[in-house]
Design a protein around this ligand. Structure first.
Ligand code: UD1
Ligand code: UDP
Length: 360
């Protein structure tokens, strides 16, 4: 088979690793980077560390409004697909690169497989929710990280094309963790010890574009009374400058870190506070208490089993949880066992052989 794999934003590089390896055992993969993320620490560092092959195409779309960015991707993707004529297009997650890949392919009657299908926040003000709804509706194969996602798709009438395979981000974590400990000096570089700090990431539009919410997050971080390591997404850095945020001495605002550094920072943190989808799941993989700086989450199972708490951004709500949250319950394997990439390719092969993999 000839498979076009679309990536564009930071989590998609992590999600690509194990699938790309599995595809290349017996098939041809054309890896397409939309160029949505482009800074070294937001893009190339992941290819280098995770051994992801260099993209065959970089569409170099860059940043822009949703309309401009998605439209540019669509135009350039269509040209690439007409040139490559693949048997299948793989998209993942919920970014503008995801939805552009889905749209470009279905319009050319090329089947689409969506990895991380069936995630929902049921909050349509999130750009990601629109991207997921559209991508799931027009995809021909749906790979879910959890059984809850399978159930959500069933409720929308999407059933026969749905497979629970586990989370490709767990595949990447299991592969990278031992190497990360060999290669990363992030703890030494920042004078950190195991359990002596909390780790924070914030980048959602709902938190960064809303100055009031961002100010509350800054106030909370300044008031935790412990070292807080805060690798800031470029979007967040700009938003913090816009509100002229001032951090107390306990907060270490640093550039985004590459994946190995991130894995070590996560694995040694006392607590993780985040609005990231990937980081919420990684906290679970590593058995770290996670507090989510949002009002809802797609990863409801992590909340149900008691390892993730939805706290929003009000300091009087967040701070007591920050100090006292110590989950002790079991951690069932909601996200599989780290073999999702292989399983995805196995299912694609089966569907292709049955000649059932045709665009809707
Ligand atoms: C995107 C995804 C989001 C995902 C996140 C992962 C959409 C709608 N959103 O959000 O779902 O969780 O990626 O990180 O697709 N920028 C840089 N350098 C870069 C990349 C971005 O400076 O390499 C800055 C630019 O100012 C840009 C802003 O960050 O305008 C936002 O980037 P964009 O890709 O539009 O959205 P994210 O917030 O990264
Ligand atoms: N990540 C990273 N360095 C950072 C922040 C995040 O390597 O400074 C990794 C993180 O471990 C996870 C992925 O990037 O694998 C998640 O991306 P992000 O939070 O940007 O997006 P989301 O998952 O919310 O879509």
């Amino acid at each position: 088979m000839k498979i076009v794999s679309i990536v564009g934003a930071r989590p998609e590089f992590v999600q690509a690793m194990s699938v790309s390896r599995a595809i290349r055992e017996n098939h041809q993969e054309i890896l397409v980077h939309t160029g949505q993320h482009y800074d070294y620490l937001m893009s190339q560092a992941f290819f280098d560390e995770l051994g992801i092959p260099a993209p065959d195409y970089n569409l170099e779309v860059g940043s822009g409004t949703h309309g401009t960015q998605t439209a540019e991707m669509l135009v350039r993707m269509e040209e690439m697909l007409l040139n490559e004529k693949p048997d299948l297009v793989i998209i993942r997650g919920d970014t503008n690169s995801t939805v552009a890949g889905a749209l470009a392919a279905v319009k050319l009657h090329i089947p689409v497989a969506h990895i991380e299908a069936g995630e929902r926040s049921y909050n349509k003000s999130m750009p990601e929710e629109i991207n997921r709804l559209v991508s799931d509706r027009i995809s021909d194969l749906h790979f879910c990280v959890s059984k809850a996602a399978v159930q959500r798709l069933a409720e929308e009438g999407i059933r026969d094309t749905v497979h629970w395979v586990g989370d490709v981000m767990l595949d990447a974590m299991l592969h990278a963790r031992p190497i990360a400990y060999e290669k990363s000096d992030v703890l030494e570089r920042n004078g950190l010890e195991k359990g002596s700090y909390s780790l924070v990431t914030v980048h959602r539009a709902g938190n960064t574009d809303n100055s009031e919410r961002l100010r509350k997050i800054v106030l909370t971080l300044n008031s935790t009374g412990e070292t807080v390591v805060f690798p800031a997404h470029p979007r967040t850095r700009k938003a913090l400058e816009r509100i002229n945020a001032k951090f107390a001495g306990n907060v270490r605002l640093i550039d985004p870190v590459a994946y190995f550094d991130m894995v070590v920072l996560e694995d040694n943190a006392r607590l993780i506070a985040t609005d990231s989808g990937g980081v919420q799941r990684e906290a679970y993989f590593l058995g770290k208490p996670c507090i989510t700086l949002r009002e809802e989450t797609e990863w409801t199972e992590t909340v149900e089993v008691g390892w993730n708490k939805l706290v929003g951004v009000e300091p009087e709500v967040v701070l007591p949880v920050w100090k006292d949250f110590k989950p002790t319950g079991e951690q069932p394997p909601i996200f599989g066992t780290g073999e999702a990439g292989k399983e995805i390719v196995r299912i694609i092969e089966k569907e292709y052989q049955k000649q059932e993999l045709v665009a809707a």
